[in-house]
Design a binder for this molecule. Sequence first.
Ligand code: NDP
Length: 322
Amino acid sequence: MIHAIRVHEHGGPEKLTWDELPKPNPKPGEVLIRQHAVGLNYIDVYFRTGLYKAPSMPVTIGMEGAGVVEAVGEAVTDFRPGDRVAYAGALGAYAEYRCAPAEKLVKIPDGIDFTQAAAMMLQGMTAQFLVKRTYPVKRGDTILVHAAAGGVGSILVQWAKHLGATVIGVVSTPEKADLVKGLGADHALLTSEAIPARVKEITGGAMLPVVYDSVGKDTFLTSLDCLRPFGLMISYGNASGPVTTDLGVLAAKGSLYVTRPTLNTYTAKREDLVATANDLFGVVKSGAVKIAVNQTFPLKDAAEAHRALESRRTTGSTVLIP
Ligand code: NDP
């Protein structure tokens, strides 16, 4: 038997239950993984509350993990028992053992441990596609990152700096502002400030070509006010709730572009997944981007981890240990 954290009905962190289940067997195309570390992500909250719907209930939530291959199903040729593997985007991660599709896995390179791998796959690959593909950041750009001390945010800040941008991070507390400056951000603004006015000052009135916004409802309009005409609003998350604004506002604020990207689309093809993961492993191994695992919790205490994440008490990445 194994243990997993499951959701039987949607609701608060108290709905996460530590269940005993039979050890799964890999189906064709799947790999059985003994998990050493599981990544905590905001999407786990959305699946717990029901904002995002699982295909069936009860559901083992969690999208990201790292561990050792214990067995492989039929037709799996790229992995074998003993391989160190990691993945993102495969529901069912909050478990001691799990089966996952082989096509979602990558091998963990030497020099990266399980905790780091579980901390970086989802947030790091997200940062990768955001700065390399959704809006390719280049030297001379000034960009704004919301929730800059968070999991995705702290990787985004470092990666954008590495690419030569001037980075403005927005955070809720002075302590987080110090953290974001330590990551290399040129400016750390507080959510309590008048953000568009501060951006105007910093850019000498030019405003920004792009804003990276994972907060959603509370920041959407403020973000649009930070853009120059034809600027790109990247709305990639809903930590404060989903955006419901009418599109007419894009015209009124300067023929703006909006995209709502997701890692799923950007890594749907195996070759894109492998290229994205390799790029991430490269910047981490070079030291240009550091993965800060600032909190760890036993997997069975996932409810505590959710409370910390939702009450904005976490910074950087958080890992659950089975
Ligand atoms: P974070 O570590 O960034 O945690 C969320 C942060 O959001 C908080 O620390 C807080 O920072 C800020 N925040 C602002 N308003 C609220 C609110 N009302 N409630 C809670 N937090 C709030 O989480 P992750 O790094 O895991 O994820 C960041 C975002 O990126 C999420 O929205 C997630 O859904 C999204 N995401 C999207 C992906 C995609 O493919 N599109 C993939 C991965 C993540 P502060 O206190 O400084 O304001």
